[in-house]
Design a protein around this ligand. Structure first.
Ligand code: ZN
Length: 165
């Protein structure tokens, strides 16, 4: 990504990111979506149980974590958001603080770095797919669950994702 604090998406101030969605929920056994529709998600830490047995454990290794709700979802969709890189980094930092990873617990420098790394990772993952792509997670891998349904335009798909703020 190019340096700069105003934009991070490279295209105005719109950036592609993964957001929680209920789309395609139930297509796979073990699907769940407790996150808030439309909120930003990231790849949360995976517990030892899921690292050892991805399909038998608690599910965190197959799920994205809602940045705001801190709840999990096995489905996320690529969305284009009006957000600057600084906004994103701030939201990630707030999400960390809500989870108890505060600058007081971590070193303040580590905290800033971690928030930045996470923001970069979120952008990096979502950049690969077109808007509207529903994705799933297997530990450190994010994969496409399905393309746009046949006959559905991107606009229809996005309308279906509404209401977003
Ligand atoms: Zn777990």
């Amino acid at each position: 990504m190019t340096a700069g604090t105003v934009t991070g998406g490279g295209d105005g101030s719109r950036m592609k990111l993964l957001t929680a969605t209920s789309l395609t929920q139930g297509d796979l056994p073990g699907d769940f979506c407790f996150a808030t529709q439309g909120e930003l998600v990231w790849l949360g830490e995976v517990c030892a149980r899921d690292r050892a047995d991805l399909d038998g454990g608690c599910g965190c290794g197959r799920a994205f974590a809602g940045l705001t709700s801190r709840r999990a979802t096995t489905t996320a969709v690529v969305a284009e958001l009006d957000l600057s890189y600084d906004d994103l980094r701030a939201q990630v930092a707030e999400g960390f603080e809500r989870s108890g990873f505060t600058p007081a617990v971590l070193d303040p420098l580590d905290f800033t770095e971690l928030a930045e790394e996470t923001a970069d990772e979120m952008l990096h993952i979502a950049r690969i797919w077109p808007v509207g792509t529903v994705v799933g997670r297997r530990l450190d891998n994010v994969h496409r669950r399905r393309p746009l349904p046949p006959g559905m335009t991107l606009e229809e798909m996005l309308r279906r994702l509404s209401p977003l703020p």
